[in-house]
Design a protein around this ligand. Structure first.
Ligand code: ADP
Ligand code: TRP
Length: 334
């Protein structure tokens, strides 16, 4: 079975990304017999403007943090989307079989368009076309399974429709993929506003712990985390969102159950508890940071891994692209 996972390099990674996505992907790759393709979706990132220097840094950082988190890049194929031109090529071909109306129904597009309009930014054709490129990413590898967040389900459903439509028009060519919704076992909330999920925010980053934050910054962020009235360490999302979030983080970082934590911290002060949460997170991040910094200090090593990944990816995608060109009656030599 072939599994494809795509990640957008559009922001700095935080512990929500780590406990909610990266850790699970690493565990999956390291325990499965399936063939796993991990794509850094930079062509999707630029559907809203990215500063070129910032984007390039994010791509390296994403790769370094994933490798440092334990992704076995000899086993999985890890590459950058823009390093395989077969994707945007197939996306163009798919553009010609995708009804305009299908794309106007995409809720992510509608949401993002509204946000951009509110900021007075342009809404690019690329943003509209985003799901067609995603269909190309998936279908070009005859992918069986796509693990996605809830927000991407509609795009995979569109991908299935595009595959079926192409197959009907030009003969059986593409596998119709399944998707699996990532379970959100660890939904990490903002340390300052624990009713909102942790996310890279423009105004304040005090509530967001980035994977590459210096250790003393991480400790400070936990020290300043908002808690709740009372003084009990008890899991109660409704009435104690701050403490419950810190407990969830401690649980994700230490492997201890919420019940265990409640018992262990009976009678312990909030201040002391927060210190322990910080320590547990630091313990997880310290070795990852150390390895990530080694990768970032040696970009040629990262390049070599990504280059090898792109070559392996292209060996799979190019024959498929040729098959499609043939079926559509298009010209190519060789
Ligand atoms: P967002 O979901 O905020 O747009 P990304 O798209 O960069 O962030 O998320 C990448 C992955 O990290 C997704 O699988 C998403 O579910 C996960 N993730 C992001 N934020 C959190 C969070 N606060 N808690 C748990 N998982 C998260
Ligand atoms: N659009 C996905 C996201 O924002 C990223 C992505 C691009 C992707 N191509 C993909 C995910 C192919 C799965 C398969 O998260």
């Amino acid at each position: 079975m072939r599994v494809l996972s795509g990640i957008k390099p559009s922001g700095e990674l935080h512990i929500g990304n780590y406990f909610g996505a990266i850790k699970q992907l690493v565990e999956f790759i390291n325990t499965t017999d399936d063939e796993v393709i991990v794509m850094i979706a930079d062509l999707h990132a630029i559907t809203v403007y990215q500063d070129p220097q910032y984007l390039k840094e994010r791509i390296y950082e994403l790769a370094a943090l994933y490798f440092a988190s334990g992704i076995d890049y000899n086993k999985a194929i890890v590459f950058v989307q823009s390093d395989n031109p077969d994707h945007p090529y197939l996306a163009w071909l798919f553009d010609t079989v995708t009804p305009y109306g299908w794309l106007t129904r995409m809720t992510q597009f509608k949401d993002k368009r509204q946000k951009l309009k509110n900021y007075g930014d342009i809404v690019s054709v690329g943003l509209f076309n985003y799901p067609v490129l995603m269909a190309a990413d998936i279908l070009i590898y005859d992918t069986d399974l796509v693990p996605v967040g809830e927000d991407q389900v509609q795009h995979v459903e569109l991908t299935r429709d595009i595959a079926k439509r192409f197959n009907k028009l030009y003969g059986d060519t593409f596998k119709v993929p399944e998707y699996k919704i990532n379970k959100t076992t660890a939904r990490i909330m903002d340390l300052q506003v624990p009713t909102r999920k942790m996310s890279k925010s423009e105004e304040s980053t005090l509530g967001c712990v980035f994977m590459l934050d210096p250790i003393d910054v991480i400790v400070q962020k936990f020290k300043k985390a908002v808690t709740d009235s009372g003084h009990e360490i008890k899991f109660d999302k409704q009435n104690k969102p701050g403490i419950s979030n810190l407990m969830a983080i401690l649980s994700a970082a230490s492997g201890k159950s919420l019940k265990q934590i409640e018992e262990e911290y009976e009678g312990v002060s909030y201040a002391r508890f927060k210190q322990d949460v910080a320590e547990a997170v630091v313990e997880v991040l310290r070795p990852i940071q150390r390895k990530a910094k080694e990768f970032l200090a040696d970009p040629s090593q990262v390049d070599a891994i990504l280059h090898e990944g792109a070559e392996r990816a292209r060996e799979l995608s190019y024959p498929k692209l040729l098959e499609v060109l043939n079926k559509m009656g298009l010209y190519h030599h060789g």
